[in-house]
Design a protein around this ligand. Structure first.
Ligand SMILES: [Zn+2]
Length: 263
């Protein structure tokens, strides 16, 4: 007998733009340069609790010359402006900008070097990710939004303190491999993406995914299963259709309160 709480593993849903594409979507209302998009990403993620005061970095490598834009050492994410961003070369040396950058930049330089698909690399220590990172577990996908990470999550167990040299970062990049979202033991998370908007959407979602999984663990309840065939279609819908409207809405909201982010 099948109860209402049981679900079939045989269900398959396609999802994504092939299933439905909007004829029009509400725009941001202003054209943003790449550095302005990156500055918006810092503020948006800070507003969701993704950043831990002075910690964390986002890099954006817009071209194939090996250089990348990054936040400077010493500014909190919620105060970054477009003009504060620094450009570093492939080895992490500052080549543009008025500030210095952290030696942990190597986490990013070595991942960009290994992963040309990852134009954007986001790293910080959001609270609920950090709880699971301390427990040594990946979040179970217990809600449809978690389908965004279906097949992409990886846990890296090695922890050797601050990653402040290219040598340590090369070893980390090798462990990360092709994963788009990696939880680092006793530390935090690394999220990658092909664009600022997609990496920001993933990063803005991962802490909530971890919080839901954590709360289910605390409840002591087994989550209802979400069939693999449903997760696949939901992932396409979230990333193919959701990314642009997430970004536009988040930036519209940000610019109402933080117009200085574009300066
Ligand atoms: Zn860190």
């Amino acid at each position: 007998m099948t109860t209402s709480l049981e679900r079939s593993d045989e269900v398959v849903r396609d999802g994504g733009l092939a299933t439905w594409a909007p004829s029009i979507t509400p725009p941001i209302g202003v054209d943003l340069a790449g550095r302005q998009e990156l500055a918006c990403s810092f503020r948006l993620l800070a507003a969701t609790g993704f950043s831990e005061n002075i910690a964390g970095h986002i890099t954006w490598a817009p071209s194939d010359d090996g250089s990348m834009w990054v936040n400077p050492w010493g500014l909190w994410w919620d105060e970054v402006k477009a003009s504060d961003l620094c450009r570093v070369d492939a080895d992490g040396h500052v080549i543009e900008g008025v500030w210095d950058v952290t030696p942990a930049i190597h986490i990013h330089t070595e991942l960009h070097r290994r992963r040309p698909d990852a134009r954007v690399v986001v790293h910080n220590h959001p609270y609920h990710v950090s709880v699971l990172a301390a427990a040594g577990v990946l979040p179970e996908i217990v809600h449809q939004t978690g389908s965004m990470f279906d097949g992409d999550l990886k846990f890296v167990h090695e922890y050797s303190g601050e990653v402040d040299s290219a040598e340590l970062a090369i070893a980390l990049a090798e462990q990360i491999g092709d994963s788009s979202t990696v939880i680092l033991a006793s530390h935090g998370v690394i999220v990658t993406g092909p664009t600022i908007r997609e990496a920001t959407y993933r990063a803005a979602s991962i802490d909530r995914v971890c919080r839901l999984a954590y709360d289910l663990l605390v409840m002591g309840r087994e989550p209802l299963p979400i069939a693999a065939g449903i997760r696949v279609g939901m992932k396409k819908s979230l990333l193919e259709r959701g990314t642009d409207v997430f970004w536009a809405g988040a930036v519209r909201k940000l610019l109402r309160t933080d117009p200085d982010v574009l300066l």
